[in-house]
Every structure is written in structure tokens, then in C-alpha cells.
Design a protein around this ligand. Structure first.
Ligand code: GLU
Length: 450
């Protein structure tokens, strides 16, 4: 590592010794930035670009107290990490999951900064959430929790300040309750304070599907590079939340098939692909019980393999991890390599450990695409929702979809170009990190030492 990078990395490590996820993403990004930093080390060092990028502008942590349906009190932790505002108001989702810690928030906020930059929209980086999980809670409990959470968060956010959205555990229902409480407390119609809203009160068409759709649009560009099309391709996905579901839907529309998908309880193998009414069934199944995908196998008479992941299956062309971080470790990476699959398209935020990522990138028959670029269609469409809210106007689904497609093509092209310019050849991982970094770094230098 270049000595400036090494110094900053050592400082980050010394300052955050227990933050494994945050250190993992910093290390991954730094590795990609090496050729760029080497060329401009003096400038970046003079403006403290790397050290400022690794320290959030501010971090807010608060207690969330709520009562369950039996009147019993519960205390959760709420977070909002406002990471970087060089190119726009803080923007990024809220994650409600029992394993959320400040480390999770920092890793996601750091990644969000680069991802948002790639969209070329004016969006800074932020992330928030809580160690509260909506799984197994009643609707009334989720509402009370969201209201308690917003009662603290509202003073830190705003349409020109910080704009949260959904992530794992936060979908349309939660955003609705959060928005209602924000409006009640502030007594204003600041429609753009949250994204992922319902269409009846300022949401954007296509937002629920956008991350999955965007991932498939990006994939189409990768295939084009190799003279291939998506038609007839077989895809294995992990996760069937909004993101996995969006992938299934778009893949089916474009003549490809998701033939494997995995949930927390095991995986499904449906050789005919998830198409037609099966897509609706997944929504129903998820709403009833998000921890089990076996009911899909029972209903459609297909294979269910309990307690394991579908990585390493031989009869697919494309792998798309779309569940959560560190889904693919070295052991799974080896299985993926041995399976002969050609495309490894990350979708979830940091779904691959750094060691596994290095193995997959080294493997000659595999092309790797990074999540920061591949999943950026979600936040880009959040940006479109903010634009529509500012205009007090709604675009049609076709208009939003068209903008999403253009954005994904541009992200892909910018990544390819950035890697080539840095002398790295066709390297989507490094290219994505570099392209995202350059815009933020430029803005930070222009705005001085703040
Ligand atoms: N949580 C999503 C992400 O990881 C979306 C963020 C947003 O729309 O602000 O990018």
C-alpha cells in the first residue's frame, strides 16, 4: 500500500479496533484506490482526503423505548451515521435487524458515500437503523417502534439535510409509519424527507423494484461486453426481499430465469424459473413469514434443500448474492470457482468477504461486479423520488424506468473507463470504487478543510 494510504489505514484501525465490518470495507476500497492515490498522493495528503473520508461527519446514537402489545417495555438502540456531505445531503437507508451495531452503520455509510457518488446525483452518504427486528412483531408494535424511533431522529434529518430510506427490515410499511410521525412532530409537508414512500403520499413508481431492476440492467451491460445477451441465462440468487424479488421479475421480463434462490432456511431449485404467479406467491410468503422459503417448494412441487446456500450449483450462468453482508466466504468462493460459473454479480452491500473477493477476482473464468455499482439503482431511484417531491410532480413508471436504465448504463461505463484510465484493464470492482471516489474527492478538495 502507498505510504499515505498505509498511514491512514493504520490510524483508522487504531481508532476503530473492534469495527470489523467498517475496517473490511475501508481495506477493500483502499486497495482499489492505490493507483489513483499514488498519482496524486501529494494533493490528497495536503487536503487530508482519505482521513476525512474515513471519519463520519457525525454519528448519532439514541435510545428507543417502546412497549409491546402486553405493555412490557423494550429498549433498542437507534443510529444515524451522517458520513459525507461533499456532494449532497446525507442519503441512505435505515436497517432494522437484530445484529445491527454502530459498526454495521459505519460500513454501510462508508459504502453509501461511493455508491451515491456513482449515481452522479447530488447525494451524500449516510446510513441508520436499529437493533430492533420487525420479524415476529405485530403491526401495532412495529408502528409504536417506528414512532418512538422518529421521535428522536426527526431533529437530525430533513429534505436538504439527511434523507433516510429503507434497507433490510425497513419497507413501505415502516417508511409510512416513520413519515407519519415526522409529519406529526414537525407539522410540515416536507415530502422529500424520506424515500421509499407509498405512491399515495409522494413515493416514486418503480422504487420498490429499482434495486433489483438496476442490478439486472447492469448485468445486461456486463454480458454485452462479452458479446452475450441475458436471454436464456439461468441465475442463482440469495435473498428474496425487495432486491431479490426485483431481480426475479426483471430477469423473467427479459427472458432469463432465476432457477435457484436461497432463504434463511435453505434453498429452492425451480428449473422453470420464478415467473408469473410465482412472483406474487413470493410476496405473500414473505409477508407471512420472512424466515422460511420452503412453502414455495411445497406449493410448486420443486426441490428444497434445507440449511445451506445455493452457491456452487453447476447449472447456472450467473450468481447474484442479494441477501446480506459476508454471505460468501472463502469456502463458498471455492465452490463457486469450481462450479465453472462465469459471472459473479454482487448485489447486497458487501456480500463477499475480502478474502473470498480476492479469490473470485483472481479466477480467470469469472467476471466480478461490485455491489456499490450494481445495487446503486435503488438509491438512484430514491434520488428520482426526491426530484419528483421537489417538483411536486410524478413521473410515469416508464419515465422512471428509463432514467434508471440510463443511470445503470452510465455507472457501468464510468466504472469501465475509470479502471482503464488507471491502467487496470477491465476491472469493474476497482473501476467502481475509483469512479465513486474521484467525484467525492474533487468536491472535498474544492470545499477546503471542513
Ligand atoms: N438501502 C439502500 C441502499 O443500500 C437504498 C438507500 C436509499 O434509497 O437511500 O442503497
Amino acid at each position: 500500500m502507498h505510504q499515505y494510504m498505509q498511514r491512514v489505514y493504520d490510524e483508522v484501525k487504531a481508532r476503530n479496533p473492534h469495527e470489523k465490518l467498517f475496517l473490511q470495507t475501508v481495506e477493500e476500497v483502499f486497495e482499489s484506490l492505490e493507483p489513483i492515490v499514488e498519482k496524486n498522493a501529494e494533493l490528497y495528503e495536503k487536503y487530508g482526503v482519505l482521513e476525512r473520508m474515513c471519519e463520519p461527519d457525525r454519528m448519532i446514537q439514541f435510545r428507543v423505548t417502546w412497549a409491546d402489545d402486553n405493555g412490557m417495555p423494550h429498549v433498542n438502540r437507534g443510529f444515524r451515521v451522517q458520513f459525507n456531505s461533499a456532494i449532497g445531503p446525507y442519503k441512505g437507508g435505515l436497517r432494522f435487524a437484530s445484529d445491527v451495531t454502530l459498526d454495521t452503520m459505519k460500513f454501510l455509510g462508508f459504502e453509501q458515500t461511493f455508491k451515491n457518488s456513482l449515481t452522479s446525483l447530488p447525494l451524500g452518504g449516510g446510513k441508520g437503523g436499529s437493533d430492533f427486528s420487525p420479524i415476529g412483531k405485530s403491526d401495532a408494535e412495529v408502528m409504536r417502534f417506528c414512532q418512538a424511533f422518529m421521535t428522536e431522529l426527526w431533529r437530525h434529518i430533513g429534505p436538504d439535510v439527511d434523507v433516510p430510506a429503507g434497507d433490510i427490515g425497513v419497507g413501505g410499511r415502516e417508511i409510512g409509519y416513520l413519515y407519519g410521525q415526522y409529519k406529526r412532530i414537525k407539522a410540515v409537508w416536507e415530502n422529500g424527507v424520506l424515500t421509499g414512500k407509498g405512491f399515495s403520499y409522494g413515493g416514486s413508481l418503480i422504487r420498490p423494484e429499482a434495486t433489483g431492476y438496476g442490478a439486472v440492467y447492469y448485468l445486461v451491460e456486463v454480458l454485452k461486453h462479452f458479446g452475450e445477451t441475458i436471454e436464456g441465462k439461468r441465475i442463482a440468487v440469495s435473498g428474496y426481499g425487495n432486491v431479490g424479488w426485483g431481480i426475479m421479475k426483471k430477469a423473467a421480463q427479459l427472458g432469463a430465469k432465476v432457477t435457484y434462490f436461497a432463504g434463511p432456511d435453505g434453498y429452492i431449485h425451480d428449473p422453470d424459473g420464478v415467473t408469473g404467479d410465482k412472483l406474487d406467491f413470493i410476496l405473500e410468503m414473505r409477508a407471512k413469514d420472512p424466515m422460511h422459503c420452503k412453502p414455495y417448494a411445497d406449493k410448486y412441487g420443486v426441490e428444497f434443500v434445507p440449511g445451506t446456500k445455493c452457491w456452487g450449483v453447476k447449472d447456472v450462468d450467473i450468481i447474484m448474492p442479494a441477501a446480506t453482508q459476508n454471505d460468501v466466504n472463502e469456502e463458498w468462493a471455492q465452490k463457486i470457482i469450481d462450479s465453472g460459473v462465469k459471472y459473479y454479480i454482487e448485489v447486497a452491500n458487501m456480500p463477499t468477504t475480502n478474502e473470498a473477493l480476492a479469490m473470485l477476482r483472481k479466477c480467470e473464468h469469472i467476471t466480478v461486479a461490485p455491489s456499490k455499482a450494481v445495487n446503486a439503482g435503488g438509491v438512484a431511484t430514491s434520488g428520482f423520488e426526491m426530484s419528483q417531491n421537489s417538483m411536486r410532480y410524478n413521473w410515469t413508471a416508464e419515465e422512471v424506468d428509463e432514467k434508471l436504465q440510463v443511470t445503470m448504463k452510465n455507472i457501468y461505463a464510468a466504472s469501465v473507463e475509470a479502471a482503464e484510465k488507471a491502467g487496470l484493464g477491465y476491472d469493474l470492482v476497482a473501476g467502481g470504487n475509483i469512479a465513486g471516489f474521484l467525484r467525492v474527492a474533487d468536491a472535498m478538495i474544492a470545499q477546503g478543510l471542513v
